[in-house]
Design a protein around this ligand. Sequence first.
Ligand code: URA
Length: 198
Amino acid sequence: MSALAHLCEEIAACRDCELAKYRTNVVPGEGAEDADLLFIGEAPGWHEDQQGRPFVGPAGQFLDELLASIDLRREEAYIANVIKCRPPQNREPLPAEIETCRKWLDRQIEIIRPRMIVTLGRYSLARYFPSESISRIHGRPRRLQGVICYPMYHPAAALHQGSLRPIIQTDMLRIPQILAQGTELPPEPVESQQLSLF
Ligand code: URA
């Protein structure tokens, strides 16, 4: 069994916070162990909880469209969430739940070692860009410990606010070029040098 498959089994058995009581399935994440691109969403919703797979509901359909627009199949990237279990009634994850779950994403990143991390929405944004606002920094890559971190709006945002759809589509279309030019990105700004990938 691969290191990542083994880790996903560990995640699936986790009962480290209260969310274990409410979930139907844990949603560890899925994709290629050697993916260049790691997409990090927020938390599983109803559909994901039912299936144990990330982004399989309406937001996931839009994510699939976005991936297709850059000729990427889901299996070629890795798709995960900050929180691995659905909060009841899709409420916002609590800071303590995010902290307890943090170790799993840290270990996923250590194994996958992606070249680029795409944050989808504000919880994954906060991991790498604390105190930044998505409307200001979406679509602007930065390098953090050699990895490109790229903030994007969450695909679900376009379902609630149609005007964000073309913005999200444009940000996605820039990914192949950013990956290709990775090493030429501007150096890390001072504030992100305090941050760690894991
Ligand atoms: N929204 C997320 O952030 N993650 C999912 O897996 C599904 C919807």
